[in-house]
Design a protein around this ligand. Structure first.
Ligand code: ZN
Length: 505
């Protein structure tokens, strides 16, 4: 780094440029965590000494008046962000665990829906909505697609919805898309909540679009170790238990929208881990909720948004208490800070391109009526109830489905980022495989996107068996049984096809 010609202080902050300073750094009791990586200050004083200050537990915050940034890249993007509380106003049945015996009894942490609107120089616009909820019903996705196209002229391929998959949120899928829980839970409150949610998300998208302002986009990534594979091979098959030998993806991708004043306006980050530290009875965003909360508290004015990755077979460990959820949240927030603080961020350029497709995912051959009949005497109560539901449909004259429309979305940020958003609870094999196979400097794979209908095992997991392969389908009222083992090739092929289309190959 060169030195200034006078007594100006030069501050180099994580590779984001050189900032002429005149005593602009303020020591402060709060922690500007985004700027909390190693900060080197070189100060040419009358004694021509060089000071190097490294902030570890430090309290540096850059003054809002730091705007004259030498050599700053142009603000080629426009970004807007909006956030709204979606915590239920009353007690509700909670989503995610079939074994729960009663409804919620309080709020530990507010749940949020957030929207990030990005517009490139050609005025292509992408909106990413993140939800502190178990999933996204297909019906809600479809309704919103239609409404944002009509209301905001936003094509469906430029709308990405992602759920954090917290298991401490309300069950609202009942009645719209039925719950994937073991028993049918009272549906009315869920229906009302789902209807309100759709309105809130629609308004939120409009709010984010309307708040667009000039920005730069920067990408970096780091690692976080709280996720562990949860498929343990045993003599009784694969059990849901910690498996430190199993595959993981500890990558933490981070996209930051910087405002004109060089402060982060939005921090979008991802991670591949079930949001299941907690199995209690109070609403809470779990580790992902805490990570967002901490990042926002430490970066006033910024909205933090979490995108869940390929977490189908990944759990945070250890689990069970609010304190652990907070610790995991802090660990993830620290990784986000590390991504920005340690790496030299990549300046992201446009144009935005996006493609969305629905593919037909086949089920394995569906059990016959007789087979479902035999399961009525199963000692496994979930298998028995699934059989009852399927038989009830057959009795009513319905045909059981033989396939399901599965959403695959690919977004390109120029030549810089390939973002793949897959539906369902995608296991980590998809992330690892697609990162290898897709060309591009940055590959970001999201699961839990646009429709969270079931687990999405890889061929390997499907053939190994166990909960993510087939067992979880017992809780469904939609799916008659497990997927055909061809699903991985179908999904991956579609990703490649969309990627080629966007590249213009
Ligand atoms: Zn899950």
């Amino acid at each position: 780094m060169g030195e200034a010609a006078d007594h100006t202080t030069l501050v180099r902050v994580m590779g984001w440029g050189r900032i002429p300073q005149r005593s602009r750094i303020q020591l402060c009791s709060c922690v500007a965590l985004l700027f909390n990586g190693p900060i080197q200050v070189k100060q040419r004083t009358q004694m021509n000494t060089t000071l190097k200050i490294t902030t570890l537990a430090a309290c540096f915050i850059l003054s809002a008046s730091v705007t004259a940034v030498a050599g700053q890249a142009p603000l080629t993007w426009k970004t807007g962000v909006a956030s709204t509380v979606i915590t239920p106003e009353t007690s509700m049945w909670m989503a995610g665990y079939a074994s729960r015996t009663n409804a919620s009894n309080g709020v530990k942490q507010e749940l949020f829906a957030k929207a990030l609107a990005l517009e490139d120089e050609q005025t292509n616009r992408l909106v990413i909505v993140t939800l502190d909820l178990i999933g996204i019903p297909r019906t809600m996705r479809k309704n919103l697609e239609k409404r944002v196209q009509e209301g905001f002229k936003l094509p469906p391929e430029f709308l990405l919805l992602n759920a954090s998959h917290t298991h401490s949120g309300p069950e609202f899928r009942v009645g719209r898309t039925p719950a994937d829980d073991g028993e049918f839970k009272p549906a009315k409150a869920g229906e009302l909540y789902g209807a309100k949610l759709e309105e809130k998300v629609f308004a939120l998208i409009g709010e984010a679009l309307n708040s667009r302002a000039p920005a730069r986009l920067l990408y970096s990534h780091a690692r976080c170790g709280i996720a562990m594979n949860r498929r343990l091979p045993t003599e009784r098959g694969y059990q849901n238990s910690p498996n430190p030998e199993g595959p993981v993806d500890h990558d933490v991708p981070v996209l930051v929208a910087l405002s004109e004043n060089r402060k982060p306006r939005a921090i979008l980050f991802g991670y591949s881990c079930h949001n299941t530290t907690l199995a209690l009875y109070q609403f809470c965003g779990d580790y992902a909720g805490y990570a967002q909360e901490y990042l926002q508290a430490d970066n006033p004015g910024a909205t933090a948004l979490f995108i869940n990755g390929c977490s189908g077979d990944q759990n945070p460990y250890p689990r069970g208490t609010f304190e652990l959820a907070q610790r995991h949240g802090r660990a993830l927030a620290t990784a986000v800070e590390a991504a920005i603080g340690v790496q030299r961020p990549r300046e992201i350029k446009g144009p935005l391109r996006a493609a969305l497709a629905e593919i037909v995912l086949d089920y394995a051959p569906i059990p016959s009526r007789e087979e479902f009949g035999k399961r009525l005497s199963s000692t496994d109560r979930y298998e028995k109830r699934h059989a009852e539901r399927m038989l009830a449909k057959l009795e009513a004259g319905e045909k059981l489905p033989v396939n399901y429309p599965y959403p695959v979305q690919v977004v390109h940020f120029g030549q810089d980022i390939v973002l793949v958003a897959l539906g369902g609870e995608v296991v980590v094999d998809y992330s690892l495989r697609l990162k290898k196979e897709l060309a591009g400097p940055v590959v970001w794979i999201a699961g839990y996107s646009n429709d969270v209908m079931a687990y999405i095992p890889s061929r390997r997991v499907r053939e190994e068996g166990g909960y993510e392969a087939e067992g979880a389908m017992r809780f469904s009222v939609t799916h008659p049984g497990p997927w055909a083992p061809t699903l991985e090739e179908k999904i991956v092929s579609q990703v490649h096809e969309l990627n080629r289309r966007l590249k213009g190959d």
